[in-house]
Design a protein around this ligand. Structure first.
Ligand code: FE2
Length: 172
């Protein structure tokens, strides 16, 4: 494991301690994002062992996954043309951009359907914080380059309900 991945592992352990049996406040999530950004943008953050996603592909590499199901960190690469439909996470999330742009679309759910409320682009050095009630989609069809982003979730992906069960139909 490289020095930078060791730093990430130490940070993830620290978060697991701080978040044990409680949900962090929004300001604390922002602080997590700034700390994560510092680690990810350090010159020794080495991604050479991971493969960047080609067109239409989507890769998610666990960088530090909590076997107990708590806070976990993943490296995500979306290839050009990948569209992740509206979904929730059932937990909080912090995203840091490394390269390429993730185009996020946020939705509000009411009366059995969702409607778009805002959009944001997450590029290198940007931090995005989401609470467990947020519904979002990632539209990589707008990108012209594949992305590298680091995603920190309050729960490990292995312990979440299936992705399909967390998706929302869009109104035609
Ligand atoms: Fe998501």
């Amino acid at each position: 494991m490289t020095a930078s991945l060791h730093a990430l592992e130490d940070f993830a352990r620290q978060i697991r301690g701080e978040c044990h049996n409680r949900t962090p406040e929004y300001a604390q999530l922002q602080a997590f994002g700034e700390h994560l950004k510092k680690i990810c943008l350090a010159s020794n953050f080495d991604l050479s062992q991971f493969q960047l996603a080609g067109p239409g592909k989507e890769f998610m590499y666990p960088l530090s996954e909590d076997p107990a199901g708590g806070p976990s960190v993943y490296l995500v690469s979306d290839g050009v043309g990948v569209n992740t439909p509206p979904h929730d996470h059932r937990t909080w999330a912090v995203i840091v951009g490394l390269s390429g742009i993730e185009f996020h679309v946020f939705y509000h759910c009411a009366d059995d359907h969702i409607r778009k409320v805002k959009e944001c682009a997450v590029a290198s050095g940007d931090v995005l914080v989401m609470t467990d009630s947020d519904i979002h989609a990632i539209d990589a069809t707008r990108g012209i380059h594949p992305t590298w982003h680091v995603h920190l979730y309050g729960r490990s992906q292995a312990r979440l309900p299936s992705f399909a069960s967390r998706c929302y139909p869009t109104k035609e």
